[in-house]
Design a protein around this ligand. Structure first.
Ligand code: TRP
Length: 455
């Protein structure tokens, strides 16, 4: 259960940051953040989201890092090391389950990015208008074969990397791809905000309307913060179990948080000006990114088809890669657990995870088409899994992680992890403990009670 020889190890500090940032930056930022913002009325949601990142996200990320690096085990195994024979293990189990569930529906959307990459390469979007893109998305996502096929392809790709180990390939490609993604995003932001009518989109993003803030907005913002930072299920604690002794946990958390937030905000700056410009409704839901983006390319580079072609191919490839580094991290959580706790070989463990996750993913894929009428609590299977994980399991996991760190874990361990055994100065340690003990659990608890209408 403790460290195994075949576990990957991040060679360098920058490797650790990149791996964690690769996990955090993904569809959560570029696909989910814009549509959640759109569903929850815009700027006010973003402010609450930022508050959640700073007050809950970063401190809990440091807690996950500490738990992972100190125990050097998978997320369930970690509690066995730090709190043997206690029910705390349940937090780990819940995390593994949440990772499994998220991976299953996340792969569906990741599959969409492959379809769009394919369409971009074969120039399939050329000459379509705004309605055409919407129609294309609706037809494609409802097509049982295409969406399932791409999801399976994505799952198999993830599986291969997990089998090979997250060695140089991913670390190295992340080093090249992440900056490229960043630059491309900036180019697209400039294109989008200069479209005619973009100002309405900017106002939607920047002018908070607090009359729209209700319990759902708080829960949505908190859920999005956890989802986007990869928190609450032990994903980053699993990665931290591969961190070196000299990795500065608070600094790493800050870097990851800043990168992740910037990508999300810039994604908003691409989507909303363009959506308002061509008349796509901001509350279009999961389809928002996919029906808006092709418009951006056409409208910004329509006069120079070659540029439209190059930029769209590059963007979809990088989007798929951003999703890829995230699916790898989720697969790793479940595989490390099945391998270390159930004592399957790593290869077998990975196979089980891939096969069962794919089977469950099929249900999510089909819920945009033939299974659209199968509702759970009034939600499609896809929406149900998304809501259950991001709005219940992740915040609950985060709450328990902060209680564990603030109340159960030996203060000495937390201190050693934050200061690298005394070699770093951590002037905010007292504040940190206060957040873990009181602020985070109470804030998350209140948002839950608020949503249930009890508070
Ligand atoms: N954070 C990733 C994204 O934004 C998704 C993700 C990867 C995730 N690992 C996770 C979400 C663990 C929650 C928990 O796309």
């Amino acid at each position: 259960m403790a460290t195994n020889q075949d576990r990957v190890n991040f060679g360098s500090k920058i490797g650790a940051i990149l791996a964690a940032a690769g996990s955090a930056v993904g569809l959560g930022n570029i696909w989910r953040f814009p549509y959640e913002t759109g569903n929850h009325g815009g700027a006010a949601f973003i402010l609450i989201y930022l508050l959640c990142i700073v007050l809950l996200g970063l401190p809990i990320m440091i807690a996950e890092f500490s738990i992972g690096r100190h125990s050097r085990a998978n997320t369930a195994g970690a509690y066995n090391v730090l709190a043997p024979g206690t029910p705390w293990r349940g937090v780990g189990y819940m995390g593994v389950l949440a990772g499994f569930l998220i991976l299953s529906y996340y792969s569906v959307v990741a599959g969409w990015t492959l379809e769009y990459t394919w369409q971009a390469i074969s120039n399939g979007f050329a000459g379509m208008n705004a309605e055409g893109y919407t129609q294309f998305f609706t037809n494609f996502s409802a097509n049982p074969w295409r969406s399932v096929l791409w999801m399976v392809v994505f799952m198999v790709m993830t599986h291969m990397v997990i089998l090979m180990g997250v060695k140089k390939g991913i670390e190295k490609s992340a080093k090249i791809m992440m900056p490229m993604l960043f630059i491309l995003i900036i180019v697209l932001v400039v294109c989008s905000v200069t479209l005619p009518g973009a100002d309405k989109g900017l106002a939607f993003l920047l002018k908070p309307d607090f009359s729209k803030v209700n319990a759902d907005v708080f829960l949505g913002a908190m859920g999005q913060a956890f989802f986007s930072l990869s928190l609450g299920l032990g994903c980053l604690s699993t990665y931290a179990s591969y961190f070196g002794k000299d990795t500065n946990l608070s600094k790493t958390a800050l870097s990851v948080g800043v990168i992740d937030t910037m990508v999300a905000i810039m994604a908003g700056l691409i989507i909303f000006p363009a959506a308002f410009s061509v008349g796509v409704s901001p509350d279009a839901g999961p389809s928002l990114l996919f029906i808006t983006l092709p418009n951006v390319f056409q409208m910004a580079f329509g006069d120079v088809p070659f540029l439209a072609y190059i930029f769209s191919v590059m963007f979809y490839v990088l989007l798929a890669l951003a999703a890829f580094t995230s699916t790898i991290s989720m697969h790793e959580v479940v595989t490390a657990f099945v391998h270390e706790d159930w004592k399957f070989s790593r290869k077998k463990a990975a196979w089980y995870v891939t096969i069962f996750c794919t089977l469950l993913g099929v249900l999510s894929a089909l819920s945009f088409g033939v299974l659209a009428d199968m509702k759970i609590f009034g939600l499609t299977f896809f929406d149900f899994l998304d809501t259950l994980t991001s709005k219940v399991m992740l915040p609950l996991g985060g709450m328990l992680i902060s209680i564990f760190t603030g109340w159960y874990l030996d203060r000495r361990i937390v201190w050693d992890e934050l200061t690298n055994e005394g070699s770093l100065k951590v002037p905010f340690f007292k504040v940190y403990i206060f957040i873990m003990k009181y602020l985070a659990p109470v804030a998350i608890g209140l948002i839950f009670l608020n949503e249930l209408g009890i508070w």
